[in-house]
Write a protein that binds this ligand. Structure first.
Ligand SMILES: [Zn+2]
Length: 423
């Protein structure tokens, strides 16, 4: 199959470095209310897979969407999934067939695995803690090639979020059953053509090796503007995985806070407005280029929609979810969320707040107001422009940017939902 994430690959996957996983933790509180956490070695769960999975879990197990949290590790060594970023890959009919088949199998696999986790419910104690590791680098504000020197000089520029939020599930006898941990950094050490979970995959393997019988699960934080640097070798992916696993081990040793058996959850699909749509003149101009260019494929697809009289989508139903797990706040946002959101929500709701990105539906980058404004041309830095502007085309959306109020709308939604938890 074709591999997800980079537009530059010229061939499908050629082998397996380590298997890709979906893993599920189901928790049930003292009142019988359940919550589902899924981790997956995927670039992102696309909207149709999210919708189909949530509706199947509702029908089969009576779960509401707010009780279901589907995480993606954002590995760039996983499969292309249905409807996600298709303009940037040279997909033929056979590849589209494989993508459709795999996506359907993934949906079935998620629903079946949740069913097995529910059937396997057993008494457990939950704990929350937070570790730290520092391999994530702000990619907008540091030149990749300079990172080793800047790191040595202590001159790397932020903002960054180096925290490792960790949920620990222990059996009544104290044995580790499951550990769920997050980190705010692109899972892009590797760009080769082998299936692999990248640093997040190696971190899970390391933890499962040192805790026989336990399951380790990763969730991505707000790392849309963060890269694991330097990168591009398996040794570095293993090393970052080892660093992340070591941070989790520290939390396990540090006797973190025990959580009361109470789960509250809320979720909204918030309409996020897109910025101005591209004009026909602009699309005609871009469409003149060669078909091998993804911008040309994007423009031609949108022109065909215009010709068919289909109005461009002007807003997107963006998933914002919050949990209180025995008092531990967990904010889970869709899309590729930049680090400003994690820092903002920690400032507003406490440094112990967990903030996940790449959750439930990955439809685009989610820039903060700062990043959105920095990315308006002409730009003060050569490295700016992607997260707040050109990535919209990569994701196939009919706009060059989100509307200016994107951060405000998400910030208000989080506040509203957290308020609902304490009602
Ligand atoms: Zn990304």
């Amino acid at each position: 199959m074709w591999m997800a994430g980079y537009g530059g690959r010229t061939e499908p996957a050629s082998g397996v470095r380590h298997p890709l996983w979906i893993k599920v933790l189901v928790v049930e509180d003292a009142g019988g209310r359940r919550g589902v956490v899924m981790s997956s070695d995927t670039l992102g769960i696309p909207r149709t897979i999210y919708e189909n999975t949530v509706s199947a879990l509702g029908a089969k197990h009576g779960l509401e969407p707010s009780q279901i949290m589907l995480h993606a590790s954002h590995t760039h060594c996983g499969p292309v999934l249905r409807g996600a970023l298709h303009d940037i890959y040279p997909l033929d009919g056979e590849q589209l067939r494989l993508i459709g088949e795999y996506s359907a199998k993934l949906e079935e696999g998620i629903v079946e695995t949740v069913g097995r986790a529910i059937a396997d419910l057993a008494p457990a104690r939950l704990f929350a803690g937070q570790g730290v590791t520092r391999f994530a680098v702000n990619r907008r504000n540091n030149v990749e090639g300079d990172v080793p020197r800047l790191r040595e000089e202590g001159a790397l520029l932020g903002p960054v979020d180096h925290s490792v939020p960790t949920l620990v599930v222990r059996r009544p006898d104290g044995a580790l059953k499951t550990v769920v941990f997050g980190y705010a950094c692109h899972n892009t050490t590797l760009s080769f053509n082998e299936w692999c979970g990248d640093y997040a995959g190696f971190a899970q393997l390391a933890l499962e090796r040192s805790h026989a019988g336990a399951v380790a699960m990763f969730f991505a934080g707000c790392g849309a503007d963060q890269n694991p640097l330097p990168r591009r070798s398996v040794e570095l992916a293993q090393r970052y995985g080892g660093m992340l696993a070591a941070a989790v081990e520290e939390v396990l040793l540090d006797s973190p806070t025990e959580l009361a058996p109470e789960l509250r959850s809320a979720l909204e699909l918030v309409p996020l407005k897109l910025g101005a749509a591209p004009t026909r003149t602009e699309l005609d101009e871009i469409a003149k280029g060669p078909d091998s260019n993804y911008r040309v494929r994007w423009a031609k697809r949108l022109l065909a929609e215009l010709d068919a009289g289909k109005p461009f989508q002007r807003e997107y139903p963006y998933p914002v979810q919050v949990w209180s797990l025995g008092g531990q706040r967990w904010i889970a946002l869709g899309g590729e969320v930049v680090v400003d959101y994690a820092l903002r929500f920690k400032a507003e709701y406490g440094t112990g707040t967990w903030v996940a990105g790449y959750c439930n539906d990955v439809m685009a980058y989610i820039p903060s107001r700062r990043v959105l404004m920095e990315d308006v041309p002409p730009r003060a830095s050569k490295r700016w422009g992607y997260e707040g502007n050109t990535s919209m085309m990569v994701y196939g959306l009919p706009a060059h940017r989100w509307a200016d109020d994107v951060e405000d709308v998400i910030g208000f939604a989080v506040r509203r939902l957290l308020g609902r938890l304490s009602e």
